[in-house]
Design a binder for this molecule. Structure first.
Ligand code: PAF
Length: 279
């Protein structure tokens, strides 16, 4: 049975009486199979698995979907229960931020200037701040993040390094629908026509991957391949080849590069990426 805590003090009291290794899966709820795969991995590697469910207001900009973001605590609780989660931490914004958050973690400019950071100004400061707080509250040995949010993952790895958190960051592969569409809580916003348009994100990335596997490493060509297949109904926000660790744009595929895309289908903003590895 998963024990639910709403406050930091009660969670800390409980965790203080547990032994062994602890894994944290930070989420904003609306759990899907992608989250469950993170939980499954955390279960394999830890004695106690904590899932945090917190729609973090600090990472949403003005005009973004903070209020509409899907919330269904009862279904999330059941999903955690079935997945064998030991502890659910589901605080309110007041519990996490009290009267406000005066100290914030600002990730390196070079890692937030491009990709999602270009249009979502302040987003990664919100993410880094809440993740650092969760790390301090839960004190996990390992924390689990999806490769789908590749920029977030790289920024969190940097945060752990720069702030000396003794936490192993585990990245888990993107889970996809049979159509190839990356699982995302925001897929709930899409109707059936939009779902079929959204599939072209992954299909076009896969074409670029085939070109890469056939020997193409030039970013301009790989980007051209994606653009020529992407549905014209997608309003493209960015399509970039970057170093997957530093997030610096690269002209040719390097050891570990990420071809990342973001765009809108109707009002829904979707992201996806693939890793291209020269090795
Ligand atoms: O990826 C998410 O769901 C969120 O950005 C995270 C890491 C839980 C922080 O709020």
């Amino acid at each position: 049975m998963s024990v639910v805590f709403l406050t930091i003090d009660t969670l800390r009291d409980f965790l203080g009486n547990t032994n062994g290794s602890r894994g944290l899966v930070p989420t904003m709820g609306a759990l899907h199979a992608g989250h469950l795969s993170l939980i499954e991995r955390a279960k394999l590697e830890n004695d106690c698995v904590v899932v945090s469910i917190f729609v973090n207001p600090l990472q949403f900009g003005q005009g973004e979907d903070y209020l509409q973001y899907p919330r269904d605590m009862e279904s999330d609780r059941l999903a955690c229960e079935q997945a064998g989660v030991d502890v659910i931490f589901a605080p309110t914004p007041e519990e996490i931020y009290g009267a406000g958050q005066l100290t914030k973690i600002i990730p390196p400019e070079a890692m937030t200037a491009g990709l999602c950071g270009r249009s979502r100004v302040g987003h990664f400061t919100g993410v880094a701040t809440v993740v650092a707080k969760l790390f301090n509250i839960v004190k996990p040995h390992r924390a689990y993040f999806g490769q789908k949010d590749g920029q977030q993952l790289a920024i969190i790895r940097q945060l752990v390094k720069d702030l000396n958190f003794a936490i192993e960051i585990r990245d888990c592969p993107t889970l996809r629908m049979t159509s190839g569409l990356a699982l995302s809580s925001r897929n709930q916003y899409l109707d059936s026509e939009q779902l079929s348009i959204a599939v072209s994100f992954y299909e076009s990335l896969k074409l670029a991957e085939s070109a890469f596997l056939a020997g193409e490493i030039d970013s301009k060509v790989l980007i051209y391949v994606v653009k020529s297949y992407l549905s014209p109904q997608v309003v493209l926000e960015y399509l970039e080849l970057v170093n997957a660790e530093t997030l610096e744009p690269v002209e040719k595929v390097q050891t570990k590069s990420m071809l990342a895309i973001a765009g809108r289908v109707g009002n829904t903003r979707l992201i996806d990426n693939i890793i291209l590895n020269i090795d």
